[in-house]
Design a protein around this ligand. Structure first.
Ligand code: F0G
Length: 412
C-alpha cells in the first residue's frame, strides 16, 4: 500500500478509485439510511457509514471517533442577510475536534495504522493540526505538526498541544510549512496527512453525501464553501460526480468556492478561465484559509468545471460582518467559515445565485476555534464595529443591572 501522495511519473496528486459498490441508487441510499439505526461503531460514524465509496473494507479497524453526523438547519436571519429564500447551513464545527477535518483524518489515520506508519505529520493553518493530533493520539501514533509561528488561532494551537502532538512553530508562511512537511515525509519516513493525501479526500466527500441525505437526496442548486488549500473543492467535485454516476442524485448542484480577497489565488485563476495557477502572498484575518499557493489546484479546477461552478473572493470586512450575522443567529462559526455566507451574499448581489435558488452553505469550523478575534471584535475595536456586542462592567448593585436592562429593552 502506498505511502506516496504524488505520482512518481507525472507528479500529479494521487486519487483513490474503489471497486464499484454492488448497490446503486435507491438501494445504496437505503443501505446508508438503515445504518443510522445501528449501534455498530462503523455505522454510527458519519464517515464510515458511507464506507462503500470512502474506503471499503477498512471500517472494522478504523480510528473512529463518531465523526460527522453534523446538523443541517435553516436559519432565517442568515438567509435574509444573504438575500435568498432558502439557505441551509451544515455545521461541520460539530465534529469531534470542531472542524470538518475530522472526516478526512479518520480515514487518513486509519490508513496510517494499516501501513504501520511510525509517525504522522502535517502542515496546517490550525484545524488540520488539531484534528491530526487528536486522531493520532487515539491511534497511539506519534504526531508532528508544522504551523506558522504566531498565526494560528488560539483554540487550534491549544488543541494540538493538549492532544500531545509535537508542535513546530515555523518562522515562515503556510506554504513553507507544507514544503517542510513534505520534505520531512520524504526523508524521515513519516506519513504525510495533509489533504494532498488521497485518503483524506475520501473522508471529506462525506460532508456532501451526508448533506444530500439530509436533504432527502433532492440536491440544492448551490453548495457554497470556503476554499484555501482546495482539498474540499477537490472532494466535493469528486463525490458529486460519483453520486451522479451511482444514481444517487439526478441533478448536479453548482459549487461556489469562496476565498478571502487577501488569499485568492484560485479566484484569480478562475477569472482567467483557469489559464494558469496563481500564487500570492496571503494575508487575511480568516487564518484558516491564509494560503497563497494551494496544493490541490488541478483537481479543484476539475471540480469547478465538472459542476459548472464558480470561484469568488470576499473582503475581510465582509467575512467579519457575515460572521457576526451567523454568530448572532445562535449558530456561530470561525472566521473562514463565514466566508461561505459572505460569498453567497456577494453572488446573490451579482445575480449569479438567484433569490429562489436553494443554497447549501458549509460552515467548516466551530465558533470557539478563534476566541481572540471574537473578543477583539466585540470588546476591543474602537470605534466598535456595527454588530459589536459590548459587555458592560458594573458595580454590584441592582440599579446598575436595571439600567443595563433598559438599554436592552430599547434596542431595535
Ligand atoms: N475552513 C476551515 C475552517 C479550514 O480550516 C480550512 C482549511 C478551510 C476552510 C479550507 O479548506 O483547504 O480544503 O480548501 N484548513 C487547513 C488547515 C488548510 O490546515 O487546517 P481547504
Amino acid at each position: 500500500m502506498s505511502r506516496m501522495s504524488r505520482c512518481g511519473d507525472c507528479d500529479s496528486l494521487l486519487d483513490l478509485r474503489h471497486r464499484e459498490p454492488i448497490e446503486r441508487g435507491a438501494s445504496l441510499r437505503e443501505l446508508w439510511s438503515r445504518r443510522r439505526q445501528s449501534d455498530v461503531p462503523a455505522d454510527v460514524s458519519g464517515v464510515w457509514r458511507f464506507r462503500e465509496i470512502v474506503l471499503p473494507g477498512a471500517e472494522a479497524d478504523a480510528v473512529n471517533q463518531q465523526e460527522g453526523n453534523t446538523p443541517l438547519s435553516l436559519r432565517p436571519p442568515i438567509a435574509v442577510w444573504a438575500g435568498v429564500d432558502a439557505l441551509f447551513v451544515k455545521h461541520e464545527g460539530h465534529n469531534p475536534t470542531g472542524s470538518f477535518k475530522d472526516r478526512g483524518m479518520t480515514v487518513g489515520v486509519t490508513q496510517a495504522r494499516r501501513i504501520g506508519a511510525r509517525a504522522v505529520a502535517c502542515a496546517s493553518t490550525g484545524n488540520t493540526s488539531a484534528s491530526l493530533a487528536s486522531y493520532a493520539a487515539a491511534a497511539g501514533i506519534p504526531a508532528l505538526v508544522l504551523v506558522q509561528a504566531g498565526q494560528v488561532a488560539a483554540g487550534k494551537l491549544a488543541q494540538a498541544l493538549a492532544y500531545g502532538a509535537k508542535t513546530l512553530l515555523v518562522r515562515g508562511d503556510f506554504d513553507a510549512c507544507l514544503r517542510l512537511a513534505r520534505e520531512a515525509a520524504d526523508s524521515l519516513g513519516v506519513y504525510l496527512l495533509n489533504s494532498v493525501n488521497p485518503f483524506r479526500i475520501e473522508g471529506q466527500k462525506t460532508i456532501v453525501l451526508e448533506a444530500l441525505e439530509q436533504l432527502h437526496w433532492d440536491p440544492p442548486d448551490w453548495i457554497v464553501f470556503p476554499a484555501g488549500n482546495l482539498g474540499n473543492t477537490a472532494a466535493f467535485g469528486k463525490v458529486l460526480a460519483e453520486a451522479e454516476r451511482l444514481g444517487l442524485i439526478h441533478r448536479m448542484p453548482r459549487l461556489a468556492a469562496i476565498q478571502a480577497a487577501g488569499a485568492n489565488p484560485f479566484a484569480r485563476s478562475f477569472r482567467e478561465g483557469f489559464a494558469r495557477p496563481h500564487r500570492v502572498v496571503a494575508d487575511t484575518l480568516a487564518t484558516a484559509i491564509r494560503i497563497g499557493n494551494p496544493a490541490s489546484f488541478d483537481r479543484a479546477v476539475e471540480s469547478i468545471r465538472r459542476t459548472n461552478g464558480v470561484v469568488t473572493d470576499v473582503t475581510d470586512g465582509e467575512i467579519l460582518e457575515a460572521k457576526a450575522v451567523v454568530d448572532a443567529s445562535g449558530v456561530g462559526c470561525e472566521p473562514a467559515s463565514a466566508a461561505s455566507i459572505a460569498g453567497a451574499r456577494k453572488l446573490v448581489s451579482e445575480g449569479v445565485i438567484r433569490r429562489n435558488d436553494r443554497v447549501l452553505a458549509i460552515l467548516t469550523g466551530h465558533i470557539l476555534k478563534d476566541p481572540g478575534l471574537l473578543l477583539s471584535y466585540h470588546q476591543q475595536i474602537d470605534p466598535p464595529p456595527p454588530r459589536a456586542n459590548r459587555p458592560v462592567e458594573i458595580e454590584p448593585t441592582l440599579s446598575e443591572v436595571e439600567r443595563a436592562m433598559e438599554s436592552v429593552r430599547s434596542a431595535p
